[in-house]
Design a protein around this ligand. Structure first.
Ligand code: SF4
Length: 289
């Protein structure tokens, strides 16, 4: 007992202060790839190695449309390795959660040379990936907002609709002393009847479709749904098959999408804080209506 107390005192506080402070992340962490469309001379090598089809090409006689979908991206870094022109680089950016699925998609159009390399950039559609960049104020407001709108803690029910459990490992980490999600007045609950937020991981397997729908129906209004990871957003590496329906929004209305494979705990926290804002809006609308 004495040894445990001694260890506790010598360890001190381990809880990180994210989002009030910038997240300290490992140098080896891979976040989203960034694309320098002006510099990109050939998108084919990157599209060929991309394991999820996050980079797709549509060629006509003299032009090419390149589409990059962060909702499909698993942040593997293969596109950066395959692009010899250094136009693709892996960053450590992870705060990508958004309520708008379309904002995760970038497109660029090129005119082509005879050898099918890019001649010139005709058009680029770079939507803002971050719906909310001021994560610090999101964090500061979270406790206050939860108290104001609910008068109690925010309750989350998590459903694994068919994931590999990578996302679950990160969700479990949210509850450990390092990330300690309860400091925001947020807790995970066992029953959907007590939940305000539904966190869904994995592509929705056909066997889980009914269970997922019933869980959603069992939750009281107002409620919000968060799709976690590339699988939840788009079906990810599994896609749509005889056993998998793919993305969560085929089954439920999704309020916030959190990209990543799996999203790191801070990315999850960022998405959850964003979803609290959606819940507040919904409650406000309900009261007005
Ligand atoms: S980092 Fe994303 S876009 Fe690049 S190859 Fe991997 S999955 Fe595809």
């Amino acid at each position: 007992m004495f040894k445990i107390l001694q260890k506790t005192v010598s360890t001190g506080t381990v809880t990180v202060n994210y989002p009030a402070e910038t997240a300290k992340i490992s140098e080896r962490f891979r976040g989203r790839p960034r694309f320098d469309f002006e510099k990109w001379k050939d998108a084919r090598p990157a599209a060929e190695v991309c394991p999820t089809g996050a980079i797709s090409l549509s060629d006509s006689d003299d032009s090419r449309k390149v589409t990059v979908d962060y909702g499909l991206c698993v942040f593997c870094g293969l596109c950066a390795e395959a692009s010899s022109d250094q136009a693709v680089r892996i960053t450590q950016e992870f705060e990508l959660a958004t309520p708008d699925r379309r904002s995760l998609i970038l497109t660029a159009e090129y005119s082509l040379n005879a050898d099918r390399t890019h001649h010139g950039l005709r058009k680029v559609d770079r939507q803002l990936v971050n719906a909310e960049t001021d994560v610090e104020s999101l964090g500061k407001k979270a406790r206050e907002t939860i108290q104001k709108i609910l008068g109690r803690s925010l309750a989350i029910r998590e459903v694994d609709a068919g994931s590999c459990n990578g996302c679950e490992l990160e969700i479990v980490a949210l509850n450990n002393p390092v990330h300690d999600i309860e400091r925001f007045g947020i807790q995970f609950v066992a029953s959907p009847r007590h939940a305000d937020m539904l966190l869904v991981t994995g592509p929705v397997t056909r066997n889980m479709e009914l269970a997922l729908s019933k869980t959603y129906q069992a939750m009281a209004d107002p409620k919000v749904v968060v799709a976690v990871g590339a699988c939840g957003i788009s079906g990810g590496i599994f896609g749509e098959t005889y056993a998998s329906l793919g993305r969560v929004d085929k089954v439920l209305p999704v309020d916030v999408y959190i990209p990543g494979c799996p999203p790191r705990p801070q990315a999850l926290l960022h998405g959850i804080l964003l979803a609290i804002g959606r819940l507040a809006e919904r409650l406000h609308d309900d009261r007005k209506g």
